[in-house]
Design a protein around this ligand. Structure first.
Ligand code: SF4
Length: 298
């Protein structure tokens, strides 16, 4: 070792003797755990593919042209074919609303064969007949389709307390708006298309229904697979295939909605919707009318 090295060694020894005395503590349990984690080899977690955020459809000229072309082509198709087309085009963003009328029950029986995974819901106003509610369970056990019962924000007691009594007596349009339309609007924001069981021969409003069309009230594509069927066609299918139906139909109720707004029809009354909002000018809850009705808010 040369002089130069000796000089540096002496210098370091001298510096060390003047430093403050450091005490080295043993590592804490937390430090040891952290070091172990840092040393561990991790296998990268497989990332789940992130679904693109849901976007509602826009009625672009291209979409409207596609719907018009499909509607014309499906005019002569059987309801099952129309449902299959709707499923192919819009699933999983296809839904169906049902009030468990005969047409709804027939579509449910078709869905069970064609697209049983379709999300189906009922606008459960809180004023439905018990017989209607019982049908939900019959459909579920027969077809395996669990209809989702969508309720309005307020229960019936809360709603009636807010309006100093039942609003269906004084302002049925507002009642239908609050307990049906608002609920459907909320449900609509999660879908691209909805199916309904309306028939063209039910009323003048419904006579204008296309098989496939843009429903601007709900910003959805609307599909009416039974638009061309008659009441006779519906009941033939129900009887031929033992499709469950509301027993109230055998007691003089051809069309069934909420119990306060539905009555049995008298013999000789040919309008099958004569028992709905009887004694008032109201004929529809607003789900299937094209435009807002004056003063109704629908
Ligand atoms: S049908 Fe009658 S009870 Fe039912 S939501 Fe409409 S107004 Fe209210």
């Amino acid at each position: 070792m040369g002089n130069h090295a000796l000089t540096r060694h002496s210098q370091h020894a001298s510096e060390a003797s003047t430093r403050p005395h450091l005490t080295i503590f043993p590592p804490s349990a937390e430090m040891t755990a952290a070091a172990n984690i840092a040393d561990r080899q991790f296998t990268p977690v497989e990332q789940e593919p992130v679904a693109p955020p849901f976007r509602q459809l826009e009625p672009t000229p291209e979409l409207l042209a596609e719907l018009a072309e499909a509607s014309e082509r499906l005019e002569t198709a059987q309801p099952e074919e129309i449902i299959a087309w709707a499923h192919h085009r819009f699933a999983p963003h296809l839904t169906m609303a049902t009030a468990f009328g005969p047409e709804g029950c027939v579509i449910l029986s078709m869905l069970a064969k064609v697209a049983p995974e379709t999300y189906v819901f009922n606008l459960d106003t809180g004023y439905q007949f018990q017989e209607t509610l019982d049908l939900r369970d019959k459909i579920a056990s027969l077809y395996g389709i669990e209809v989702d019962m969508l309720q309005p924000e307020l229960t019936v007691p809360q709603y009636e307390a807010l309006h100093n009594g039942p609003l269906y007596k004084t302002n049925p349009n507002q009642c239908c708006f609050d307990r049906k339309i608002k609920v459907l609007r909320a449900a609509a924001t999660k879908h691209h298309a909805w199916m309904s069981g309306i028939r063209r021969d039910q009323s003048t409003d419904r006579a204008r229904a296309a098989i496939v069309e843009w429903d601007k009230k709900f910003n959805l594509v609307k599909i009416s697979p039974l638009a061309n069927w008659t009441k006779k066609d519906i009941w033939k299918r129900i009887l031929d295939e033992n499709v469950p139906y509301n027993p109230l139909h055998d007691q003089g109720f051809p069309s069934i909605g909420c119990w306060p707004c539905t009555r049995a029809v008298a013999e000789g009354e040919t309008d099958e919707r004569a028992g709905r909002w009887s004694g008032t000018a109201k004929t529809e809850c607003g789900l299937h009318t094209l435009e807002q009705q004056d003063g109704s808010g629908i």
